[in-house]
Design a protein around this ligand. Structure first.
Ligand code: NCD
Length: 322
C-alpha cells in the first residue's frame, strides 16, 4: 500500500482499480439516513488549502467526517504561510501535531511531492497542484464513467474519451490522461494550438497515448465521453485566444454539435462551469451531463483514498463500512 497519493502518473492500473472498487462500496454510505462509518475513528485529517476551492475542500471534509475522522481545515489566509512561514516549516509544524493525513492544494506544481520529502509520518494527498495533477478528480471522473457504462454492460475500457478546452492549464486533464491511458481508453485532446500543453506534442511521457485535434468536429467524431474544461483565466499570463466569442464559436460544446458528431456521448465537467463559454446550459443541465454524479462520487472517492492511506488497508471490511 502506498503512503501518499501525489498523482495518477505514479499509480499502477491495479491501484487505480482498487480505489474505484473501494469508492463503490462507500457510495452507499452517503445514501444512508446516518451517513457515518467508524472506519477512521481517532484519526486526524488536516485540509491544507492554500488556493481557493469550494467543492474539493467541502468534498474532502465531508468524506473525512463520514469516516469519523477528526478534521481541521486551514486555508491560505488563515495559515502562517501569509506571515512568511515557508511551506516546509508549516508542514513540519502540522506534522508535530501528529495528523494521519494532510490533504494539500496549492497553486504551484509539485508542492505535494516536495512535502513528502519533509514529512515522515503523515500521508499526503494531492488535492490539486498548479498545472500538475488533481488525482482525486480523475478518480471520481473514472468512477462516474464506470457506473454509467456498467449500466450498459460496457467496461471502463476501449472508450473514446475527448478532452476539450484549456488543456494547457488543466491539472484535471493531466490526471485524466494518465488514468485513461492506464485503463486502456483512447484519449483525444481538442484545443486551439495555444491551449494545447507542451507535453502533448507526441514526445515524452504521453507518447503513443494521446491524439491531438484542433478541430472540434474531427476530435468529437464518435466520442463516448466528452470532458469539458474551464478556461483557466487565473493561470494565464498572456492572451491564449483572440476573443472569448471566437473561442465559443470554435470550441464551445453545445447540444447541436454533440448531436452531429458524438450523439451518444456523455459529458463531464469538473466545475466550476462558465456557462455559455466552454459548455452550454442546455448540455450542462440536460440528460447527457453526468456533472451531478461527479460531485456525488467525489465524496465516495475521497473516502476511499482517505481510508486506504490512513489505515494502510487495501480493502474495506464489513465492520468498517457497517
Ligand atoms: C478544478 C481545479 O481546481 O483544478 N476544479 C475542481 O477541482 N473542482 C478545475 C477548475 O478549476 O477548472
Amino acid at each position: 500500500m502506498r503512503q501518499h497519493l501525489l498523482g495518477i502518473e505514479y499509480l499502477k492500473k491495479s491501484e487505480l482499480e482498487n480505489y474505484l472498487s473501494n469508492a463503490e462500496a462507500f457510495v452507499e454510505v452517503s445514501q444512508r439516513e446516518l451517513k457515518k462509518v467508524p472506519a477512521l475513528r481517532g484519526k486526524t485529517v488536516i485540509n491544507l488549502f492554500l488556493e481557493p476551492s469550494t467543492r474539493t475542500r467541502a468534498s474532502f471534509e465531508i468524506a473525512a467526517k463520514r469516516l469519523s475522522a477528526d478534521t481541521v481545515n486551514m486555508t491560505g489566509s488563515e495559515s502562517s504561510v501569509t506571515k512568511g512561514e515557508t511551506l516546509i516549516d508549516t508542514a513540519r509544524t502540522l506534522q508535530a501535531m501528529a495528523p494521519d493525513v494532510i490533504v494539500v492544494r496549492h497553486k504551484e506544481s509539485g508542492v505535494p511531492n516536495l512535502l513528502v520529502n519533509h514529512i515522515s509520518r503523515a500521508s499526503i494527498i494531492n488535492a490539486g497542484d498548479g498545472l500538475h495533477e488533481h488525482p482525486t478528480q480523475a478518480l471520481l471522473d473514472c468512477l462516474t464513467l464506470k457506473q454509467h457504462f456498467a449500466a450498459q454492460d460496457r467496461p471502463l475500457e476501449g472508450l473514446k474519451v475527448a478532452i476539450v478546452g484549456d488543456i494547457r492549464h488543466s491539472r484535471v486533464a493531466r490526471s485524466n490522461i494518465w488514468a485513461h491511458k492506464l485503463l486502456g481508453n483512447e484519449v483525444r485532446l481538442i484545443a486551439p494550438p495555444t491551449l494545447m500543453p507542451p507535453y502533448a506534442g507526441g514526445a515524452g511521457a504521453f507518447e503513443g497515448g494521446v491524439q491531438i485535434f484542433h478541430s472540434l468536429a474531427e476530435g468529437l467524431e464518435g466520442a463516448d465521453v466528452v470532458m469539458v474544461l474551464r478556461m483557466q483565466l487565473e493561470r494565464q499570463s498572456e492572451h491564449f485566444v483572440p476573443t472569448i466569442e471566437e473561442y465559443i464559436a470554435e470550441y464551445g460544446i453545445n447540444e447541436h454539435i454533440l448531436r452531429r458528431y458524438a450523439p451518444g456521448a456523455v459529458v463531464l465537467h469538473p466545475g466550476p462551469i462558465n456557462r455559455g463559454v466552454e459548455l452550454s446550459s442546455e448540455v450542462a443541465d440536460g440528460p447527457r451531463a453526468l456533472i451531478g454524479n461527479q460531485v456525488t462520487n467525489g465524496v465516495a472517492v475521497r473516502m476511499a483514498v482517505l481510508f486506504a492511506l490512513a489505515t494502510g488497508e487495501s480493502a474495506i471490511s464489513e465492520q468498517e463500512s457497517a
